[in-house]
Structure formats: C-alpha cells, structure tokens
Write a protein that binds this ligand. Structure first.
Ligand code: TEU
Length: 565
C-alpha cells in the first residue's frame, strides 16, 4: 500500500437527495430515505457518499440556492436525520462529503436580505453596481455589464429597493457573494469548520473557480442571444483564486485533517487543474473538469448545440488529463452527475439489445483509469434518459428557461424538445429505480418528477438478484480498485488513439501491466494485432469481462480487462 491520501483509493457515490428515496410520501426524497438505503451503498462497495445540497433553501435550483448553511431543509428532514445518516454511513466504513455552494447564496439568505440595504454593513458581501452610465436604472440595456447568466438572460438583477443591480452568474435567486470581502470568507470557513465538527469528511465545491472575479467588471464579447456575453472565460480562474483556496485550506484545516475535496471548475484546463491539485499547493484534492462533457457539443461550445460523439476526441481528451496529472495532482473520473444526461443514453446504446453491455463497458472504461471514480445514483443500474416528450414534463430551470428564450427567439419547438430530451439535467433527476412497483419504490406518494417507465425492468431489486447485471459489474470494478495497486496508481498509456470503435489503454506499475479493451460501438470489432496496435494477449489473464466466452472479435459493447504476462 502506498502512502497516498485515502481518497486516492476511493470510489464516490453521488446522491441527489430529492430523487433518491422518499420516506414520508411527499414525493420528494429525504434523509431518512437515504438512511434506509445505506446497506445498498455498502453492498455496492463505495467508500464515500457525496450528498448534493440538503441545506435550507427556497429550491429555485433544487438546493443550490442556500438560505441557511447550518441547517437542513425540512423537505429533507432535520439535523438529527443528517447526523443519523452520517452515523449510518460511518458505521459501514463510508465517508460523507457535503456539497459546498459558496459562489452564491439564495436571495432569501439573511445575508443578502441585509445586503439590500445600502447602509448595511453587509452591503459589500455581494456584488452591487449602479446602472450603466447614461442609462435609467431598471430599463433595458442599463445592466452594469453585458454578462449573460448560465441560466439564460442577463447576469444582473435590478433591485428597486436600492436602485442598483446585483450580480448573479446563475439564477436571479442566486446572488454571487463578494469574496474580496474578508468577512465573507471567514463566515464561509467558520461554517465549513462547523460541518467538519459534525463529522463531515469533506466537501464538493460548487463552481469554486468562479469565486474570484476579475476587477473591474467590464463588458465581454456579445456572442450570445440578446447581445449578451456568454463567455465563461470572463469569470473563471480570477486573480485571487489560488490565494482564496489556500486560505480556505488553512483556515478549515483541509490538508491537516485529511479532508476530501473536489472543486467543480467551469472551463478548467489540465494546467489549471494541476496547479490546484498539486499537493504542494495546499489547495484541493481534485477538480471536476467539463472538457469531456463538451466533446459532443458543436463549435459554440454550448451544451444545447449537440453533435455526434467523436470517440477519438473523447479518448484524446481523457488521455490528456491522465498524462497531465500523472505525476502531480489527481484526476476525478465521471461520466454522469445531476447536471448531465444519463451516459448510457448519451455515449452508449440504451436500446434493449445493448443497454446492459454498453452501461458496463462505459463503466469498465472509466473505472480503470487513474483517478477517483464517481458513480451517480442509478448509473450502477444503467438507468436511461427520461424520454420526456413535452416541455411541461420538465422541472429544471436551465431547460425551461432555455426553451422559453429559444422559442421567443423564433426557434422550432419540436427541434428544441429533441435537444432538451437528449441533454436536459432532468434526465439524471428522475426518481431512483428501486423496484418494479408503480413508483419504482421511490415514494408512496406522487413523485416530484415522473418515474421512468422502464423501471419495471431496470431497478435495483432486479439488478441485485441478477449476477450478470450492471450493478454487479460496478461492484466488481470497485472491488478491483480496492484490491489492485496498479488500478489505483498505475501509469496510463493510450493505445489505438485514432480507432473509431475501440477504447484501449494500459496501466502499468512496476512489472504489472493491465490492458483494457472496450468496444464503444453497437457493431462487432476486430482486435487489431501487429506493431503499434495492442500488446500480445498470449497467456494474458482475463480479470473482468462483459461477455461470457470471449471470442477473437469483440461483440458489440464488449469490454475486457486483461493482466498481461
Ligand atoms: O453547476 C455549475 C454549472 O456550470 C452548471 O450550470 C452547468 O453549466 C450546467 O448544469 C450544465 O448543464 C453547479 C451545480 O452542479 C448545478 O446543479 C447548479 O445549478 C449550479 O452550479 C449553480 O449552483
């Protein structure tokens, strides 16, 4: 065993509490629901649970708009319920990581309410600006800059109470905190220390590379709808980001206490990631990149501009991160979360013939890379996209606002619905499929988002009972990471970079070499042999495969893990 930090040997399971398990029949998942399922997590074998926000919130963005950082929202239960979840997980050797959303608060947070008064000592806790010079405050075009919000429309909201605008990079109910103000930073660190004292093992930090803004705030290129600037490079990686992250690490004792941290970072590249996750920097354990999530986006880079996935491009990107963080820093590994569609529908083949094999092969490919893998609830079952056909079925503000704005701009509603059905965040937010009963065992009431009809077949109960299920494949991959140092720390090398069907790579530690070959297509694939292809397989030991009786060819979506001799 190396002396690497504990989280480098871990697999994380993300719970989106609203959609995981409902104990009281109100149709919304809650903490007692999570507690009732901890044995399931233990059976899967994960080491860490990342809990999306359960704090008090008006739920404009399902809890990513927080009005009280130190309490649990009654929708999800009580502080005592959260403590019971922490105990239940710890008793099974599973750690708990909380979501930390501190780029912004809710507009209903008392800090913001106070801040609306220009005479308040909290005025400077948020980012207030007067109207653009020569413009009447509150009139079209008077916003202080042309920045668009990530959720459509302007990133500025006029507050008639004080006649000024506040910045909100997300919804108007998510005002950005002013991290230049040391009182803001100290309030955040004190809150984090409070959670650590309650037994929390770390933090997933929401859009943390947006906290340092580049001043003065100025107009950017008008490259978006309505002449707004949709150029996130204006707002990421500001000049004081490293300083703030180091200060946070010190003040909360992140490195000192061995806490788990992952920073969600919009537009982060490998060099930035290395600088933030270099142990010597004293900042973060790892970051979430978005780069591989944008490979099926067109030249605009916008998520709704969908193009077919290029496998060589995806491989090149993942390899770049593997190589870039090989010696310094650490990777997070994910294909899904609560903001992304289901990977089996997006990158795999979710039809009846290939769903199981493709879900397993995506898992094989991801979990045998070097880094910390993340499983998003239901991914281990091969849950699919929601298949909504009408805009009324969607709940997520990102999807509904994009639709409204695009329809107003003259876009074809049918075309929009197709794109939204493919990419909407609600695809990941449909209720967890526990069993074949009418509400999938998620709730006894009416679920807040429709249960996917395929739960009759795709559910945890059926998966646990079937040794060939996607669930058991994940369980085995997690076990392999725990068993083999080469999976945890081995050096990565990409093979067949230009192959349109095969994803192949090796992992090497001392004289142990693992080979992963995965057919990322719904057609059979020939295993190439000869120079510059795959290493010889003579005598190789098959450690894990998706299919029985492996043949010379790979079946559609077949993947194999070999130990070479
Ligand atoms: O997401 C950050 C983010 O950039 C998203 O808006 C992302 O661009 C979008 O979801 C892709 O579809 C984080 C949280 O993960 C997300 O749930 C929140 O809505 C957002 O921050 C605001 O807190």
């Amino acid at each position: 065993m190396s002396d690497a930090p504990w989280w480098q040997s871990s697999v994380v399971y993300q719970i989106y509490p609203r959609s995981f398990a409902d104990s009281d029949g109100d149709g919304i998942g809650d903490l007692p629901g999570i507690l009732s399922r901890v044995d399931y997590l233990s059976a899967l074998g994960v080491d860490v649970v990342w809990l999306s926000p359960v704090y008090r919130s008006p739920m404009d963005d399902n809890g990513y708009d927080i009005s009280d950082y130190s309490d649990v929202d009654p929708l999800f239960g009580t502080l005592a319920d959260l403590e019971a979840v922490i105990e239940g997980l710890h008793a099974r050797g599973i750690k708990l990581v909380m979501d930390l959303v501190v780029n912004h608060t809710s507009d209903e947070h008392p800090w913001f309410q106070e801040s609306r008064d220009p005479a308040s000592p909290k005025r400077d806790w948020y980012i207030w600006r007067p109207a653009r010079e020569g413009h009447e405050p509150g009139t079209p075009g008077a916003e202080p800059t042309n920045w668009g919000s990530f959720f459509s429309g302007s990133g500025w909201q006029f507050d008639p109470k004080s006649g000024e605008y506040y910045l909100h990079l997300f919804s108007a109910k998510q005002p950005d905190l002013n991290w230049e103000n040391p009182e803001v930073r100290q309030a955040v660190y004190a809150m984090m220390r409070g959670w650590v004292e309650r037994g929390v093992d770390g933090f997933r930090m929401d859009v943390i590379n947006l906290i340092s803004k580049t001043y003065p705030l100025v107009d950017g290129p008008a490259n978006g709808p309505g002449g707004l600037c949709y150029d996130p490079s204006m707002v990421v990686e500001g000049p004081r980001l490293h300083e703030f992250l180091r200060e946070m690490n010190r003040e909360v004792g992140i490195s000192e206490r061995g806490l788990f941290t992952v920073g969600e970072m919009v537009l982060v590249d490998v060099d930035d990631a290395r600088s933030h996750t270099d142990e010597a920097a004293g900042e973060l354990g790892m970051v979430f990149t978005f780069e591989h999530m944008n490979i099926d986006s067109g030249p605009s880079g916008l998520k709704w501009d969908v193009v077919p996935l290029s496998l060589p491009a995806l491989k090149a990107n993942l390899a770049q991160w593997q190589y870039g963080l090989a010696d310094v820093g650490w990777n997070s590994l994910y294909f899904e979360n609560h903001d992304q569609p289901r990977s089996v529908s997006r990158f795999g083949d979710d039809g009846p013939e290939h769903r199981v094999a493709s879900a397993k092969t995506l898992a094989t490919t991801l979990h045998l890379l070097k880094g910390t893998p993340y499983v998003y609830q239901g991914q281990e079952l091969g849950m699919t996209n929601a298949g909504f056909a009408s805009i009324d079925q969607y709940d997520d503000l990102e999807s509904t606002r994009f639709y409204a704005e695009a329809v107003a701009g003259g876009a074809d509603p049918e075309g929009l619905l197709g794109v939204i059905a493919f990419k909407s965040r609600d695809n990941a937010r449909t209720p967890m499929q526990w069993d074949a009963s009418p509400n999938a065992g998620f709730t006894t009431g009416t679920p807040w988002l429709p249960v996917t009809a395929n739960h009759v077949e795709i559910n945890a109960e059926a998966a646990i009972a079937d040794p060939t299920s996607v669930f058991h494949h994940y369980r085995r991959l997690i076990e392999l990471r725990h068993e083999l140092e080469v999976v945890r720390q081995g050096r990565f090398a990409l093979l067949l970079p230009d192959d349109e069907q095969l994803f192949a790579y090796t992992r090497t530690l001392d004289d142990e070499v693992l080979l992963v070959v995965a057919n990322w297509s719904s057609q059979p694939a020939v295993l190439p042999s000869g120079p510059d292809t795959l290493p010889p397989l003579d005598g190789a030991e098959l450690l894990l495969g998706t299919h029985d009786d492996p043949a010379e060819h790979l079946a559609p979506w077949e993947s194999r893990l070999y130990r070479l001799v």
